[in-house]
Design a protein around this ligand. Sequence first.
Ligand SMILES: Cc1ncc(COP(=O)(O)O)c(C=O)c1O
Length: 330
Amino acid sequence: MGEGRTPMVSLDALARRWGLAGLWAKAEYLNPTGSYKDRIAAASMSRALREGYRGWIGTSSGNGGAAMSAYGVRAGLPGILLVLREAPQEKLASIAPYGVLLLSMDRMGPEVMAGLGQIAAAERLLLTITTHAHNPHGMRGADAIGTEIAARGGITQVYVPTGGGGLLVATARGLGAAACRAAVISTQPAGCAPIARTLTGELSHPSIDEWSTHISGLMLPRPPDGEAAVAAVRSSGGWGVPVADEDAWAAQDLLARTEGIFVEPAAALALAAVRQDVEQGRLGAADQPCVVLTGHGLKDLGRFTASDRRPTPTTTEEIPQRLTRWLQQL
Ligand SMILES: Cc1ncc(COP(=O)(O)O)c(C=O)c1O
């Protein structure tokens, strides 16, 4: 349906502002359902058809669910999807049109995922959770993110927003397959950063009990692919960057206002990590990093629906005066 081969968009204004040799965005928000998960869904459903599964079952924080639902319909396979009750309205609403059996839970830890594995085996359903631990064949669909970034040439670091770790592992594998030597950087919300904090040396294993973040898609205190993600970052010469939720939101605004690109907060986290690394002198004039912009801004509009964000009521007579005032404050 047009997944993959997304553009590499150059972020010239921000590269100039931060004194970098270049700054690139892998525009994964341009996939058919608005996130990179379409690549994994396409690979998963191809396998389900090849191997004669009756349908599919999975969990999702929203993006994977929309992708599996769309590609499941396309493959003619019925699906059951468990989503987080608190997922952004836009993510849940964008799953509804496809007609899958949509169920919700408050939290979905490893026990739920293991339980679904048993149901999947008993019912001959493909388990479509987007991790290597549960759906290794499907995850191969994301390797091409790495090979496509490598094809650009000259990229020095790849910043990957990280939850369960699967996207990072696949991206690193793709970079490696294309003999690209870019360092892979794992960035996570500071309130839920088991992988990034293991990389900073603060934790010995990527697993935590207490967590808090509002960044949808990245709420995984016990990441299923955590150890593999840590190993992939280390072998690439990369590092981990925990980022405060507020900094991710600020980066989301900055990207929209300076480059005209609107992504969801999880994706903006990668840009916030670049900014943090520039400020700390970790990146400089010789560097040309790439941020993986994993999901579209329309996936999570919560911050933009407040009453003070509503259009200001006006009349045509008032417009010239409003325009003058607005231009003055730019
Ligand atoms: C927008 C977005 N970015 C990044 C990720 C992180 O991927 P992973 O859980 O494989 O680390 C997710 C996962 O759901 C996501 O939805």
